[in-house]
Design a protein around this ligand. Structure first.
Ligand code: ATP
Ligand code: MG
Length: 421
């Protein structure tokens, strides 16, 4: 993509009411637009990152047998009354609205109820189970505090998967497979080293749930980490009883601030009982389906990457979710440089390398500052100097390391081990 064509512009200042680092940087670099408190639009650069994040999550969910669907945002109160979760006491973040006729509707905060109800049409016998169903869908939550930028917004996409199993044992097997898939996802987006599987409260359904918490100063949660076992305990369940049950000693744990990037939850038969989702076992008896739910917020994950990896110059994207692999920065617009940049752009994109080509008429200092702010993993500079040398300056965004490559060396590097650049 030619940067001169991109409609978004970088800006020096973030809106004065924006307090979170992730939104400040993402707004300044032109990834997102703040519509109002806790509500953000995704602009072309931001959508590329969000879609790449979604793509990684989708691959890992498909790999463990997930089937993708798309449920509705508008919710029928009757379905929610069956589980007792229509009330504002049960779910304190509901947005509710009315039809013209006067009847009430909700905007989905989560989707256990409608999916459990829907599955009654498709699950009848033990032969129909297990099933794993997921979606990427907009949730609406009237969050009280929305001060964490795109990490806590009032309208956001969630990947929510729901498992339907015959027994507790069958459920646990999938639960563990999903925990492993989550670890792969956080590894792939560059947060693996800082992310801990964390014991958290199970709510009303079971003793514990598991959160995936990324250590970060901007986090709203407090966790206690056991480094050796690469696990943690959320402050909400950090007490003597829980610790002894988990075989942990206080003196081995370290307190940290962290961001909940994902959450997996045993549901037992809480929703299948309430909505009447049963299957016939081999003896012909009706048995309630054992369920679990598994959430990740792609935008929260994206915001966490910004919070964790950014430096004082701007955003630093890992290759896997960067909007482009290469920022081709053209300095000067004399015919030779112009032609060379054009040729490089053509060759790289021809090899399937995603390139943002800064072909704007602007000063070098401004181009470099924008390039640092936008955070594409590799910057390649085309100038009179590089033409004279026949080699191009390539600067790694995350390390600042500079190497000089010919075009064919560069393409060879980018296509052979993309992830290392
Ligand atoms: P939190 O405790 O942070 O409020 P939650 O426990 O209510 O989150 P879940 O309902 O389990 O969150 O949602 C699953 C995932 O969706 C979370 O792990 C997080 O990644 C993401 N998520 C939740 N709320 C938001 C939000 N307001 N904005 C963006 N992502 C969110
Ligand atoms: Mg939570």
């Amino acid at each position: 993509m030619r940067q001169s064509q991109l409609f978004t512009k970088t800006r020096k200042e973030a809106p004065s009411d924006e307090v979170s680092k992730n939104a400040q940087l993402l707004i300044r670099a032109g990834y997102v637009h703040k519509e109002m408190a806790g509500v953000y639009a995704f602009l072309p650069l931001g959508l590329r990152v969000l879609n790449k994040t979604i793509g990684i999550i989708r691959e890992e969910m498909n790999a463990i047998g997930g089937q993708e669907l798309s449920l509705t945002a508008l919710q029928d109160p009757e379905v929610w009354k069956k589980s007792g979760r229509w009330s504002d006491e049960a779910i304190d973040v509901w947005f509710k609205t009315h039809l013209k006729s006067g009847s009430e509707l909700g905007l989905g905060t989560t989707h256990e109820e409608p999916l459990t109800d829907l599955m009654r049409n498709h699950i009848a016998s033990y032969k129909d189970l297990p099933k794993y169903v997921y979606q990427f869908q907009t949730k609406f939550r009237n969050e009280l505090r929305a001060k964490s930028g795109i990490m806590r917004s009032r309208e956001f996409i969630m990947k929510d998967l729901y498992s339907f199993s015959r027994s507790e044992e069958e459920f646990r097997k999938f639960y563990e497979a999903c925990a492993e898939a989550y670890i792969k996802i956080f590894d792939r987006v560059g947060l693996g080293a800082k992310t801990y599987r964390t014991f958290a409260s199970g709510g009303s359904f079971s003793k514990f749930s598991d959160e995936f918490q990324t250590v970060c100063e901007a986090g709203e949660d407090t966790i206690y980490i056991h480094e050796g076992r690469k696990l943690a305990v959320n402050k909400e369940v950090y007490n003597d009883e829980a610790l002894s049950e988990l075989g942990l000693r206080k003196e081995d744990l370290r307190e940290e601030k962290a961001i909940e990037v994902g959450n997996i939850f045993p549901l037992g038969t809480r929703f299948s009982d309430a909505l009447g989702l049963t299957y016939k076992n081999e003896a012909g008896e009706a048995v309630p389906v054992v369920m679990g739910s598994y959430g990740i917020g792609p935008a929260r994950l994206m915001g966490t990457v910004v919070e964790s990896l950014a430096d004082d110059k701007g955003i630093v994207w890992p290759q896997a979710i960067a909007p482009f692999a290469v920022h081709l920065v053209q300095l000067g617009d004399d015919a030779e440089v112009q032609k060379e940049a054009q040729e490089m752009y053509r060759e790289m994109t021809g090899e399937g390398i995603e390139v943002l080509w800064d072909d704007r008429d602007a000063r070098a200092g401004e181009k470099f500052a924008d390039s640092d702010l936008i955070g594409i993993p590799l910057r390649v500079v085309v100038s009179q100097k590089s033409l004279a040398e026949g080699k191009f300056e390539c600067v790694e965004r995350h390390s600042g390391r500079t190497v000089h490559h010919t075009l064919s060396e560069l393409i060879g590097q980018l296509t052979s081990h993309k992830s290392s650049l």
